[in-house]
Design a protein around this ligand. Structure first.
Ligand code: SAH
Length: 459
């Protein structure tokens, strides 16, 4: 981060704009919104600025810029078409420690305004630190569609209620919980989504009547998907933003973890094969303990919590202790990884069913129903099967599967580090060894793997 975003109050503060053309006009419009006291220095003014001058919205000095113009200024913006003048304004301002912005010249600026989404009093500014203004604008357009104008009204109401709520709730923590509960109120949600109209007064009444929900603590059992953060659900993201503490597994990618509320405490509970950083029993107890303290506990698991995730055991324990919880499904490795590897799990011609199995060995032994798995016209997806790959292929062949049955092994599917190795039951082990595949890897077996040749889309 090369610049720190700050929001500066400019009401009645003197600001200098050097330049009187359309580019200057755009900046002036922005500064007027912030109620700055603007002086424009330029030998010429565009039509609109003439009007502003006539309406006394701006002061104008029809002259060339000189150093003395900067005395007492809070900010200065240079928007002339002369590089020389712009550089002089920048240098002079820098010498005097006055923040300066030169339009379209990042190297001459000590501040930039960013792309702004104005839902006053709610403001969002996006910066690319001068690298890619068009990208910042693109991001702004995306956010514009996500934040309807109802947010402005709600922000005003919340602002007007701040002092009242402060008197009612004495700690920052309790006020945060109050406001979060208020925003979560079904009527407020509908208002924000613009499916319900509420007047400012109605919102105020609602805030007055709202009570802090006594926080008994709860657990969010959330599927974090197979690694690519784009594959999180909205619900997952929402709860990740509300957590006080987060217990996460080895499978959770850095990119996904980065989306957990910034001030939530992060607890790594591991789960590497044969090296459970924290045994399941202990995880279950920790969930209960933290929730009983009144915390919102995010239990973030890879893929889907109910597919080889032991999510069932965790909530069983929560139920025994009467701790409220909710479960958010995630995209499981099978469907996420298969999609990103270009392998449809079912296909009219190749597979009428798909079976998920675990390849986790107990005492170096893998007990699966090999006879039924070896039958044709199906797809088998093996989770945690990398180590058992030799057993899997030899058992399937021994139970009647064809030696040349296609098979794929996918490491870190859906992410930018995805590696895919395809082969047959007969030759896959050597191929996987050559490519040195590691966990997490998913195995997909069946004729659908052939389709990858044509359908591979993600590189
Ligand atoms: N609950 C998870 C599965 C946990 S078991 C889910 O629904 O996806 C862990 C196994 O999932 C790994 O050993 C691996 O076989 C598979 N897996 C998870 N994420 C994966 C990924 N991004 N790429 C390949 N395999 C993955």
């Amino acid at each position: 981060m090369k610049s720190l975003p700050i929001f500066i109050k400019l009401t009645n503060r003197p600001v200098l704009v050097v330049g009187g053309g359309d580019v200057a006009l755009r900046k002036i419009d922005m500064l007027l919104k912030a109620n700055a006291k603007i002086t424009v220095i330029s030998s010429k003014l565009c039509k609109k600025l003439h009007q502003y001058h006539g309406q006394k919205k701006i002061n104008v000095k029809l002259k060339a810029f000189d150093k003395n113009d900067l005395t007492q200024m809070t900010l200065v913006v240079a928007a002339t078409n002369s590089k020389k003048v712009n550089s002089l304004v920048s240098k002079t301002a820098k010498d005097l420690n006055i923040p300066v912005n030169v339009v379209d010249e990042p190297s001459l600026c000590t501040f930039t305004m960013g792309s702004i989404i104005d839902r006053s009093p709610l403001l969002i500014a996006i910066s690319s630190e001068g690298n890619a203004p068009v990208l910042a604008k693109f991001v702004r357009e995306k956010i514009e569609t996500l934040i309807p104008h109802s947010f402005a009204k709600l922000a005003l109401v919340m602002g007007s209620m701040r002092e009242v709520i402060k008197k009612r709730h004495h700690t920052i923590q309790s006020r945060r919980i109050f406001w979060e509960g208020f925003i979560d109120h079904p009527l407020v949600r509908q208002f924000l989504n613009q499916t319900k109209k509420l007047s400012g007064q109605q919102l105020i009444t609602l805030a007055k009547k709202s009570k802090i929900q006594k926080n008994h603590g709860e657990v969010f059992l959330v599927g974090g998907g197979p690694g690519n953060p784009d594959l999180l659900t909205f619900r997952a993201l929402h709860l990740m933003q509300r957590a006080d503490v987060c217990l996460y597994d080895k499978l959770i990618s850095k990119d996904v973890l980065n989306l957990v509320r910034r001030d939530a405490e992060l607890i790594y509970v591991g789960k590497e094969r044969d090296r459970h950083t924290m045994p399941q029993e202990k995880i279950n107890h920790l969930l209960v303990k933290l929730a009983k303290k009144g915390m919102r506990v995010l239990r973030l698991k890879g893929g889907d919590p109910f597919i080889f995730g032991r999510g069932g055991e965790e909530i069983e324990m929560l139920m025994d202790h009467k701790i409220p919880f909710q479960v958010v499904p995630g995209i499981s490795a099978a469907n996420g990884v298969a999609s990103y590897a270009g392998i449809p799990l079912t296909h009219r011609d190749y597979a009428q069913s798909c079976t998920f199995v675990t390849g986790h060995m107990k005492n170096e032994y893998l007990t699966l129903d090999w006879e039924s798995l070896a039958k044709p016209s199906q797809t088998i997806v093996v989770y945690m099967g990398l180590l058992a790959l030799p057993t899997i292929s030899s058992e399937l062949i021994a139970h009647g599967a064809k030696k040349n049955l296609p098979i794929a092994v996918v490491e870190q599917g859906t992410t930018s580090d995805q590696k895919v190795v395809t082969g047959t039951l007969f030759n896959i082990i050597r191929k996987v060894e050559v490519k040195k595949l590691k966990t997490p890897s998913l195995i997909i077996i069946g004729n659908v793997v052939k389709l990858r040749k044509k359908l591979n889309w993600f590189n």
